[in-house]
Design a protein around this ligand. Structure first.
Ligand SMILES: [Mn+2]
Length: 356
């Protein structure tokens, strides 16, 4: 079954056509990266309507859909809807704008436009379970990030700034083949590490501080995500205690994670260890999130997610403890869930690293 067939299998039987307009989902279904284009799929056939800038690439590479050069989009869609005797069309509610939706309603009065979350949710569910090709891209993205991490350990020393560390990680990932960065790299030091998503500044790294780095590479459309916290010189007893608590919480999750548990159950494993150590109030974010063509995608390992995690899901395990004004620690790996456990995609060591 190709991805369109899998998608229709997830949708109610009476859905005639689906309209895919987001860049990421268009790439997921056609394999082609572009900043424009429209996919319309029927149960027996799919089409990619795309403009002159992309047409040569599309004709040469897209196999899953018939490629049509875009002239007058709405007229072309009308023709296809008519040829396939479609009565309804479901759109991507989570990415189509209200003004686009209004335009489609105006242009297609004879078609029932379905603006519910039906399609967006069905695609998220498909994308949550990765196939082997997708896993291979994610592994490659992670290899690039880990090579950059090995490099950065030799770069960090007292006197370098957070921004210099972030830039060096970015440069190293791009040099090693990342097509993009997964997100704006986080590199924080000292008291700044208590802000989970702080922005790198011109602050210089000092002896006795933590440096927290959260970063990832994109390879062939797929993201990686990792966080490491390292110590410059010696750290205080409290810093060591917090580090080891986060590590214990993370290792327990990695040990117990498997398909069949809910996102809330996975989150709870880390949360109870951190609460038990007396830092419950200092772990204010959820344990993890899905990773794939987007850096944050479904499913979440969060107290609010009572759905069961499926085999083939790639999800982060990133507990943290953040003490405002003092310091913070986060350790993040990501794993593929299997029926019996999980496979860790992150190979880097994570016992506390003291850089001299
Ligand atoms: Mn993450």
């Amino acid at each position: 079954m190709d991805r369109f067939q899998k998608l229709f299998a997830e949708l109610p039987k009476d859905i005639d056509s689906v309209l895919i307009t987001s860049d990421i989902n268009r790439r997921y279904f056609t394999g082609m990266k572009s900043s424009a284009g429209t996919v319309i799929a029927f149960r027996d056939r799919a089409y990619l309507i795309i403009d002159f800038r992309y047409i040569e690439k599309a004709r040469n590479t897209v196999k899953s859909a018939e490629v049509i050069e875009q002239k007058k989009l709405f007229a072309q869609l009308h023709k296809l809807l008519h040829e396939h005797s479609a009565h309804n069309m479901v759109i991507e509610s989570q990415t189509m704008t209200v003004s686009e939706f209004d335009a489609y309603k105006r242009e297609f009065p004879e078609i029932e436009l379905i603006g519910s979350d039906l399609l967006s949710n069905a695609i998220s569910a498909l994308r949550a379970v990765k196939d082997e090709q997708e896993i291979a891209c994610i592994r490659k993205a992670q290899e690039i990030a880990e090579a950059a991490f090995e490099h950065i350990l030799g770069f960090i020393k007292p006197g370098v700034t957070e921004r210099e560390i972030a830039l060096e990680l970015d440069h190293e990932m791009l040099r090693r083949g990342a097509e993009a960065l997964s997100f704006d790299t986080i590199a924080l030091s000292g008291a700044n590490t208590s802000m989970p998503h702080g922005v790198p500044s011109d602050k210089r790294v000092e002896e006795g501080e933590f440096v927290l780095m959260d970063f990832g590479a994109v390879y062939n459309g797929y993201h990686s995500d990792m966080t490491r916290t390292v110590c410059i010189g010696k750290c205080s007893e409290e810093m060591e205690k917090v580090y080891n608590t986060v590590l214990e919480a993370q290792l327990a999750c990695l040990e117990q994670a498997r398909a069949g548990m809910t996102g809330a159950e996975l989150d709870k494993i880390a949360r109870s260890i951190i609460e038990h150590a007396g830092y419950g109030d200092c772990f204010g974010h959820s344990l993890g999130h899905g990773v794939g063509m987007e850096i944050h995608e479904k499913p979440n390992a969060a107290p609010s997610n009572n759905s069961v995690l499926k085999a083939g899901t790639v999800i982060t395990v990133e507990p943290g403890i953040y003490i405002a004004g003092k310091f913070g620690v986060r350790i993040e790996d990501f794993v593929i869930l299997t029926e019996n456990g999980s496979v860790n995609l992150t190979k880097c060591a994570k016992n506390i690293i003291y850089l001299q």
